[in-house]
Design a protein around this ligand. Structure first.
Ligand SMILES: CCc1cccc(CC)c1NC(=O)n1cc2c(c1)/C(=N\C(=O)c1ccc(N3CCN(C)CC3)cc1)N=N2
Length: 302
């Protein structure tokens, strides 16, 4: 796979400047399919497929996500896709997958996304079973940095899990799939689907009067992610009914091979009361994070 040279983002800026200037003549389209050479399929999800792509004039490598309008309307997820586009196109952070632009034709919506050359994090996790503490710690440090950035913009991701994280060419992680992200505070109206494993107690309590919640939901999910990186399975993994019950009681046990520092951080994140969860700035200065990040940048070890 071609590597994405760092200059690529300058080229995006160049494309954007060019297309911004093109926008002055309304007849000129912004982006369209003919501008891209489509490469191999990279992956597929419930509502779309993603392909390696190259923008013809600049040679810029990206990932083109194709969503079929018919499927979106059947799944009643148009609103989510609109929100994903609106939120993700205004974000710029090394650990958040960038959305450079979007366009559509009669049948499909196309998202022009940053190419993450090392693919899906959950496949790495399944292959390695669980991550060594130094790697898990660096990933959580990167997640905390990305979440701090999101929360400063009052964006809650709400769907932090290994399946929604990609890995860049230097081994850095990139939060993707903002389909479930919202502006805080929020009271959930969309129906949930998929795994319950990562949901905090305040989002699964059925019919609780005050079902509004805030950014702290991402702290709980960060705790679940930390546990899963180190143990290889989620802390409340069980049958759906038991998972809900165990989440509501924060009923989990941490295996003895997990270091005391990592155990301490997990316990400070998986707290029932959202207000009592350790804040992100204290995650970044936690002994388990500091002890490993000192070993060098957020990249693969040589
Ligand atoms: C449409 C697919 C989808 C549905 C739902 C959620 C998400 C976000 C995770 C996505 N993916 C998405 O949006 N994606 C946006 C993307 C993206 C996915 C991506 N890369 C890859 O998917 C990928 C996969 C495998 C790969 N190789 C595997 C074999 N290795 C030996 C070499 C490397 C290398 C890159 N880059 N930007």
């Amino acid at each position: 796979l071609p590597t994405v040279a760092p200059r690529a983002s300058d080229e995006v800026a160049q494309i954007e400047r060019k297309s911004a200037s093109l926008l002055d003549q309304p007849s000129i389209k912004h982006f369209h399919l003919g501008m891209f050479e489509i490469g191999r399929p990279l992956g597929k999800g419930k509502f779309g497929r993603v392909y390696l792509a190259r923008e013809r004039t600049s040679g810029f490598i990206c990932a083109l996500k194709v969503l079929h309008k018919s499927e979106l309307s059947q799944g009643r997820v148009e609103k989510q896709v609109r929100r994903e586009i609106e939120i993700q196109s205004n974000l710029r952070h090394p650990n958040i997958l960038q959305l450079f632009g979007h366009f559509h034709d009669s049948k499909r919506v196309f998202l022009i996304l940053e190419f993450a050359a090392k693919g899906e994090l959950y496949k790495h996790l399944r292959r390695e079973n669980r991550f060594p503490e130094w790697k898990a710690s660096q990933y959580i440090a990167q997640m905390a940095s990305a979440l701090r950035y999101l929360h400063r913009k009052h964006v809650i991701h709400r769907d932090i899990k290994p399946e929604n994280i990609l890995v860049g060419i230097h081994g850095e992680i990139k939060i993707s799939d903002f389909g479930w992200s919202v502006h805080a505070p929020n009271s959930r109206r969309d129906t949930m689907c998929g795994t319950l494993d990562y949901l905090p107690p305040e989002m699964i309590k059925p019919g609780s009067s005050d079902n509004s919640y805030n950014e702290k939901v991402d702290l709980w999910s960060l705790g679940v992610l930390t546990y899963e990186f180190l143990v290889g399975e989620a802390p409340f993994e069980d049958t759906p009914v038991m998972t809900q019950r165990r989440i509501a009681r924060a009923d989990m046990s941490i295996p003895s091979f997990v270091s005391p520092e990592a155990r301490d951080l997990i316990k400070r994140l998986l707290v029932l009361d959202p207000e009592k969860r350790i804040p992100l700035d204290q995650v970044q200065t936690h002994p388990w994070i500091v002890k490993h990040c000192a070993r060098g940048s957020s990249r693969d070890k040589p």
